[in-house]
Write a protein that binds this ligand. Structure first.
Ligand SMILES: NC(=O)c1ccc[n+]([C@@H]2O[C@H](COP(=O)([O-])OP(=O)(O)OC[C@H]3O[C@@H](n4cnc5c(N)ncnc54)[C@H](O)[C@@H]3O)[C@@H](O)[C@H]2O)c1
Length: 307
């Protein structure tokens, strides 16, 4: 009998998680209050399945028919070995949702939230068992991207953290443990730091939106698909590694860091970015862009790390 994973909230992230859990051989019990929630989730799973097969991520015996849908979070969480919550990014909504899941899920089930930046210590304010709750933050789309950030709160037990890390590792993800609660965890803060400077460069007229994207996608982004900035710079130091890199280029980089901007997303800046990105998209529909991105992502994942 396969273990049941409960997916609470089945929008962009929840449906993608559902497809992945099914592919890894679990039974998935989902909940979403949207009137078309079940149809949309089933459609997403059907679309994602061939991609997961191409990637070799569908375990022998896995069956996308092991998907059931409920109109009540408690019913979906009942009997689950692991719960992945992916409802709206609103603290008030997640507090109520976690309280309902916590009442219904079996005592040994871990409850993880996909939240992009909320603190689990606050999300569990009304839980009777906050010790089994964690953040399990994926990257979009979770059925393809390996990273999951695992964060415990003030009351999370080491046992629940260990179980969550082991669960994600066992299903082929690359979990990292974020040791302190901070808004946006780690990866979104790193993204925000880079995007902040991209916006600064655009608003200062240094580059267009499309060229800011090209400066990442055709340069450092290619290396970042394989290794992060530290190992990349370690190699940029030649045989002397990071130590030589620090001695040699460190002072110059410090001067660039001191010169970085801090743009504000006011109406004028937003308009400049929205118009710039429309120009860059050049009429390609969201579906077209998504298909193109996923096709390329599969190729990159084949090299850089697949489940
Ligand atoms: N979109 C991303 O790139 C991304 C990446 C990583 C994590 N996340 C996080 O995942 C979560 C979901 O984001 P999303 O992008 O899938 O949003 P989404 O709007 O696509 O999906 C949210 C779903 O929650 C449902 N919902 C509404 N009220 C609910 C309730 N009370 N209980 C349960 N479900 C409810 C909605 O019907 C919708 O289907 C958020 O916490 C978000 O921060 C998003």
């Amino acid at each position: 009998m396969p273990i049941r994973v409960s997916v609470i909230g089945a929008g962009t992230i929840g449906a993608s998680w559902a497809a992945y859990f099914l592919a890894r051989g679990f039974e998935v019990a989902a909940y979403d209050p949207a009137p078309n929630g079940e149809d949309a989730a089933r459609r997403f799973i059907d679309d994602a399945w061939p991609t997961l097969e191409t990637l070799g991520a569908v375990r022998p015996g896995a069956d996308r028919g092991r998907f059931s849908f409920f109109k009540d979070p408690a019913a979906a969480a009942k009997g689950a070995g692991f719960v992945q919550e992916s409802g709206p990014e609103r603290e008030d909504v997640k507090i109520e949702l976690f309280a309902a899941i916590d009442r219904a899920a079996p005592p040994d089930a871990v409850i993880a939230s996909s939240s992009s930046g909320l603190l689990i210590s606050r999300v569990t304010a009304k839980c009777r068992h906050p010790e089994r709750c964690v953040i399990g933050h994926p990257f979009n789309p979770p059925h393809l991207i390996p990273l999951v950030e695992v964060v415990g709160g003030e009351k999370t037990s080491p046992d629940a953290l260990g179980k969550a890390m082991a669960f994600y590792r066992d299903i082929g993800k690359h979990p990292i443990h974020i040791r302190k609660e901070v808004r946006g965890h780690a990866a979104n803060r790193l993204q925000a730091a880079l995007w902040r400077e991209a916006i600064h460069l655009v608003t200062e007229g240094v580059v267009s939106v499309a060229d800011a994207d090209a400066a990442i996608a055709y340069g450092p982004g290619l290396r970042w698909a394989l290794m992060g900035p530290h190992l990349t710079f370690h190699m940029a130091g030649g045989d002397g590694g990071m130590k030589h890199f620090m001695d040699h280029i460190g002072p110059a980089i410090q001067s660039w860091m001191d010169d970085l901007g801090a743009p504000v997303l006011d109406a004028k800046t937003q308009q400049a970015i929205v118009e710039g990105v429309a120009e860059e998209a050049a009429g390609r529909s969201m579906d077209e862009l998504r298909r193109w991105r996923d096709r390329k992502l599969i190729e990159i994942l084949r090299v850089a790390g697949t489940p």
